[in-house]
Design a protein around this ligand. Structure first.
Ligand SMILES: NC(=O)c1ccc[n+]([C@@H]2O[C@H](COP(=O)([O-])OP(=O)(O)OC[C@H]3O[C@@H](n4cnc5c(N)ncnc54)[C@H](OP(=O)(O)O)[C@@H]3O)[C@@H](O)[C@H]2O)c1
Length: 326
């Protein structure tokens, strides 16, 4: 019988149980998918703890992004075939060897895109697309600050920003990650656990500051983020790995006419057309060789609790994924 990682209550890593579950048959408009890989996001342990904005009904199979091969198609499915490779995002249940899924969630994987690469970059690529190409469109020579530049999201953002011609200042949490951020393409790397990143950024920019900060760190970086922005600069917060942001003080933004936004992918790819356009662009970035996945570790289903601990404790760099035996 296939195995899944299930939670029956919210809590620490111990609430995850790896269980054998009966084979399911796909219903109308569904397929049975054998997973080859699943993304592991920082959001996953938060969801497990019940701290994510989306709280799943319990019991739940964790994991929201997967890819694999279609094993069986349900009645009325004529746009997907047995044997095709597909990927999906935002559908709970990817921490499982196999699952039934509605075809509306699926995208066919182009031959040139490896299944593991698709889950490593997938959502992160879409997020980078809206952050760099829609929300604050990067221009050549823009000096941008990207936090956690050795991480999964930061790695994709850095590579794409470099492709667009930006000068990238990246922050990282330890010495080992400095090299990773450099390999991602950062022009300058700051260890923000060692140095005050605001001082270093102002030094690099001759006290002018940067026009945009791409921030996934949240609370611990907030005050310094305001300091490093040039007048009319954009503070784009798209995550809060270190804790929730304080209430935003409009008068503080007014001191430099700053723009603050707390952005979320769902508001950029909510129509099928937008989603398709963004996925096409991400696929082009992958097949063009402009974004590499940098998968640094593949965890097995039995190791998923360990993966959660590693990501929460900032022990990972690059991208980590979950893989399954064929
Ligand atoms: N809004 C959106 O549309 C959207 C979409 C996708 C992802 N995200 C967000 O993007 C962020 C990155 O996601 P990811 O899955 O790719 O993870 P990741 O960047 O691979 O890992 C998170 C990194 O955040 C840094 N960090 C800083 N302070 C931390 C703390 N107190 N605890 C844990 N980590 C801390 C760590 O790097 P250092 O040690 O180098 O600081 C850590 O490696 C997450 O906040 C996620 O929610 C947002």
């Amino acid at each position: 019988m296939p195995k899944s990682a299930i939670i029956r209550r919210f809590g620490g890593p111990e609430v995850i149980s790896i269980e054998e579950v009966p084979h399911e048959k796909p219903g109308a408009g569904q397929v049975l998918l054998r997973h080859q890989a699943s993304a592991i996001h920082l959001a996953d342990p938060l969801m497990r703890e019940g701290l994510y904005y989306f709280k799943p009904d319990l019991p739940a199979v964790l994991g929201i992004e997967g890819a694999g091969q279609i094993e069986q198609v349900g009645p009325g499915v004529n746009n997907f075939k047995v044997g095709e490779r597909v990927s999906y995002r935002f559908s709970l249940g990817s921490y499982s060897e196999e699952r039934v899924i509605d075809t509306q969630h699926l995208q066919k994987l182009p031959n040139e895109i490896d299944t593991k690469v698709s889950v490593a970059i997938g959502t992160r690529g879409l997020t980078a697309q809206y952050l760099l190409r829609q929300l604050y469109p990067i221009k050549p020579e823009d000096i941008v600050l990207i936090h956690a530049a050795a991480g999964g999201m930061g790695g994709v953002l850095t590579q794409w920003a470099k492709h667009l011609g930006a000068i990238v200042i990246g922050t990282v949490g330890n010495r080992e990650k400095v090299k990773v951020a450099e390999l991602n393409g950062c022009d300058y790397v700051i260890n923000y656990n060692q140095d005050n990143f605001a001082d270093v950024v102002l030094d690099i920019t001759n006290n002018i500051g940067v026009p945009v900060v791409y921030d996934s760190v949240g609370l611990s970086a907030y005050k310094n983020n305001l300091k490093v922005l040039s007048p009319r600069g954009w503070l784009i917060n798209y995550g809060h790995s270190s804790g929730f942001l304080p209430s935003i003080d409009a008068m503080e933004l007014n001191t430099k006419s700053l723009v603050f936004t707390k952005a979320s992918l769902k508001d950029f790819n909510s129509t099928a057309e937008d989603n398709h356009r963004m996925i096409t662009e991400v696929n082009e970035m992958i097949t063009g060789g402009f974004i590499k996945a940098n998968i640094t570790r593949e965890y097995t289903l039995d190791e998923i609790s360990k993966a959660h601990e590693d990501i929460l404790n900032r022990k990972t760099n690059g991208t980590v994924i979950l893989t399954f035996n064929d």
